[in-house]
Design a protein around this ligand. Structure first.
Ligand code: RB5
Length: 150
């Protein structure tokens, strides 16, 4: 699986921890478009960059980090085709894949600890979209995009 990471300065420490963690796993290719330690950058730029890379099919999934996960997920969600979910617990992480087919996960460095973040990432990467009635609802999300993104 090809995974792209992105972050602003508010999420850089958590990004570094998760990057190290994922790089030790088999079968994952990890790219990093985020800013590095001691740099400051704006979360909309990073959310957009990761959103565009995932929407273009360059990566299978994206993982974003900022202080709360909120600003960067809002930004990524402006890119058509992106379904970014801020998750602070394992239940939401699983549901965001199974029900919403989330292709981007957003985490808040100032909200959750590193060990919980690792569990969330593991569950999110392992969970699959269930389709069926959930597929119909995701199709409706796409229709909203078609209406407003001309
Ligand atoms: C940066 O200070 C902070 O605002 C940002 O990381 C994020 O939390 C925004 O949603």
């Amino acid at each position: 699986m090809r995974i792209v990471l992105g972050n602003d300065h508010g999420g850089v420490l958590l990004k570094c921890e998760i990057k190290k963690y994922l790089e030790q796993k088999e079968g994952l290719e990890i790219a990093d478009l985020g800013c590095q330690i001691d740099e400051a950058c704006d979360y909309p730029d990073m959310g957009q960059a990761v959103g565009e890379a995932v929407a273009a099919g360059q990566y299978d999934r994206g993982i974003l980090f900022c202080g709360t996960g909120i600003g960067i997920s809002i930004s990524a969600n402006k890119v058509p085709g992106i379904r970014a979910a801020v998750c602070g617990d394992c239940f939401s992480a699983k549901a965001s894949r199974e029900h919403n087919d989330a292709n981007v996960l957003a985490l808040g460095e100032r909200v959750i600890g590193v060990e919980l973040a690792k569990m969330i990432v593991d569950i999110w990467l392992a969970s699959e979209f269930l389709g069926g009635r959930h597929g119909r609802r995701v199709e409706k999300i796409k229709k909203i995009e078609e209406k407003y993104y001309k």
